[in-house]
Design a protein around this ligand. Structure first.
Ligand code: GDP
Ligand code: IMO
Ligand code: MG
Length: 417
């Protein structure tokens, strides 16, 4: 039986990862985030109550599940505590189950300022980032000058490091971008001020994972963003600044590749993207608008409208290779209800121009509602054919189908634990 299960987005994020992680937490001891930061927005709906998570792993709604934030996650401490406070105000005990790695790089006020300045400077070439300082924080990490969680607990050396960092970043902010300088005091307020509160949450996530393995525990690894936003394999430069593919798990929290037993790609029954960048199957017509309206396609982090298009099977085949996908979960099936015809991108035609042109196969839609259907037999025949077609085109089994935002609105075709 599988012990270590990975949930990862297959396209440009917002595929429904949070919902599926929450569903699968019933049988696990821990959920681990290993990359990204609070650019993520993962929506969980349980008995009609909606919770949106940005940094806290999507295991938090299940009593007893440990939630680990690995060293690969860039951490904004004020945002972490804002999220904890919001959850605890609903009566949920968060801190006793949360562990934050001492190695997480910190997102600081100058990262947020740099993110904004860069985007402004890029003009119509902007990436459309979430404005959370994610990219600049990863840059500092790779440049080997960034602050990490462990730096918070020695205020004297923290102040010294901050002075050096600000010397450098303020030069760029003021002289290159003509923007305002950031002060040491602002940075201390956004970090050291939380040190006492953070201290009990800080731990050695690598050691925790080692103990869980020794105890034979089941663990879920929760990806953020999607494979096409991967810094190496995505639609560069319109990507995020971390590796979003399964390979990032080893470096981002501390389990080796041979320990991963089952890798589930979360895929929307159509495709969406927030922010700028190529999107070959994008629908700039009333069908795209239909999907956006029916699917309530607005970003969970920034509230921006999501661009919508047809299912991209060509991308999925590639992403399956990148991640060693065991299977996929097809989400938001219900959003396709009512369409006369549905197109599936089965390939890209690279011969015509610089931009690949999608090659479509058109299949009949269905008029019945699939919302909330929980068995395969309960789906209309054309919806079942759509699933079979996707499996055939992509060569990947569909082990789960999601038919609504609620945890229970799911067709489970395979028991993975
Ligand atoms: P994530 O970032 O991958 O966790 O996805 P988001 O939470 O950002 O976006 C997915 C959105 O779709 C959320 O609003 C979910 O509540 C919703 N959702 C998830 N699965 C389904 C589904 O099967 N049907 C419908 N209609 N909505 C869904
Ligand atoms: P979840 O985990 C969708 C996108 C941004 C932008 C690009 C770079 O909810 O699926 P960044 O702020 O990371 O530097 O922005 O990546 N992006 C996401 N899009 N879902 C997300 O997360 C995203 N996180 C970042 O819109 O195009
Ligand atoms: Mg999201």
């Amino acid at each position: 039986m599988n012990k270590n299960v990975v949930v990862i987005g297959t396209h440009w994020g917002d595929e429904g990862k949070g919902k599926i992680v929450d569903l699968l937490t019933e049988k696990v001891a821990a959920v681990v985030r290993f990359q990204g930061g609070h650019n993520a927005g993962h929506t969980l709906v349980v008995e009609g109550v909606t919770t949106v998570l940005h940094l806290i792993p999507s295991g938090i709604l299940r009593q007893g599940v440990r939630c680990l934030i690995g060293n690969g996650v860039v951490l904004s401490i004020p945002d972490l505590f804002a999220e904890i406070d919001k959850l605890e105000a609903t009566g949920l005990a968060v801190t006793e189950r949360l562990v934050v790695s001492f190695g997480c790089p910190l997102i600081m006020p100058y990262h947020i300022a740099l993110d904004a300045c860069r985007e402004r400077r890029r003009g119509n070439q902007k990436i459309g980032t979430t404005g959370r300082g994610i990219g600049p924080a990863y840059e500092d990490k790779v440049a080997r000058r960034g602050l990490r969680v462990q730096d918070l607990f020695n205020e004297q050396s923290l102040t010294f490091k901050l002075e050096e960092l600000l010397d450098y970043h303020n030069f760029v902010l003021e002289k290159y971008f003509g923007s305002k300088a950031i002060s040491v005091a602002e940075c201390l307020a956004a970090s050291a001020a939380y040190a006492d509160r953070l201290k009990p949450l800080v731990g050695d996530v690598v050691a925790e994972l080692g103990s869980l393995k020794a105890a034979g525990a089941k663990i879920l690894f929760e990806g953020a963003q999607g494979a096409l936003l991967d810094i190496d394999h995505g639609t560069y430069p319109f990507v995020t600044s971390s590796n979003t593919t399964a390979g990032a798990i080893s470096s981002g929290c501390g389990v080796g590749p041979l320990d991963l037993d089952y890798i589930l790609g979360i895929t929307k029954a159509y495709t969406t993207r927030v922010g700028e960048g190529p999107f070959p199957t994008e629908l700039l017509n009333e069908t795209g608008q239909y999907l956006a309206d029916k699917g309530h396609e607005f970003g969970s982090t920034t509230g921006r409208p999501r661009r919508c298009g047809w299912f991209d099977g060509y991308a999925l085949k590639r992403v399956s290779q990148l991640n060693s996908l065991s299977a996929i979960c097809l989400t938001k099936m219900d959003v396709l209800d009512g369409l006369d015809e549905i197109s599936i991108c089965v390939d890209y035609d690279h011969s015509v121009a610089e931009d690949p042109r999608p090659v479509y196969e058109v299949v009949p839609g269905w008029q019945e509602t699939t919302a909330g259907v929980r068995t395969l037999a309960g789906l209309p025949a054309n919806a079942r054919d759509y699933l079979a077609k996707i499996e055939a085109v992509c060569g990947i089994p569909i082990d789960f189908v999601s038919t609504g935002p609620d945890r229970e609105d799911t067709i489970v075709l395979k028991e993975i634990f």
